[in-house]
Ligand binder design. Sequence first.
Ligand code: SF4
Length: 209
Amino acid sequence: MSEPAPKPEAAPKAGVTAKPAAKPKPKGPATAYNPAGVSPSRRRRNKIAIRLWSVRNARFFEWFYNHFANAFLGLHPLLKRIGYQRAEAPVKFVERNVKGFLFDCRMCGQCILSSTGMSCPMNCPKQLRNGPCGGVRANGNCEVEPDMPCVWVQAFQGSERMKGGEKIMAVQKPVDQSWRETSSWLRVTAEDAAKREAAREARNSEAAR
Ligand code: SF4
């Protein structure tokens, strides 16, 4: 059987100039290195699976974190004696590895996991800290990384499982980049200890009057 002859291209109408074919977009300067399939935050598939598991267990992590923060606060006198600066390297090592494993933590230094359903907002390719952008796909995935569930859809689902889930409505400050690669655990402990000491001093001065 002979193949059908290809259709002849339609001739442009009289008086109408045919559009030139769109030029392919330039892919940047041609060099020996062309990265392929690079994720904006270089995440791995198994990391996403663990992160989603943590969000599914947000209620447990909320409970654990509350107790853990209290226990850490109890260490304040010791930390003060040995010096927070000296404690920083080992604490940071543990924090990076534990939170990196469970939440794909990016060490922003100002952790808001307990306000975001245990879904780390720094894994959003746009690093949004106050809810999703307008590009969430119909299946709940990210517009930048179509294979990744949107961090903020996960955050809302995780918050619904938490006792203090309404904290997700709090407006977060922009990320202070000068705190990157510092320990959130130490910072929160030192802040809480300072607040506790200030409250104690206020009570004492009230009693002395
Ligand atoms: S909010 Fe910051 S400190 Fe908390 S898990 Fe995410 S990157 Fe790490």
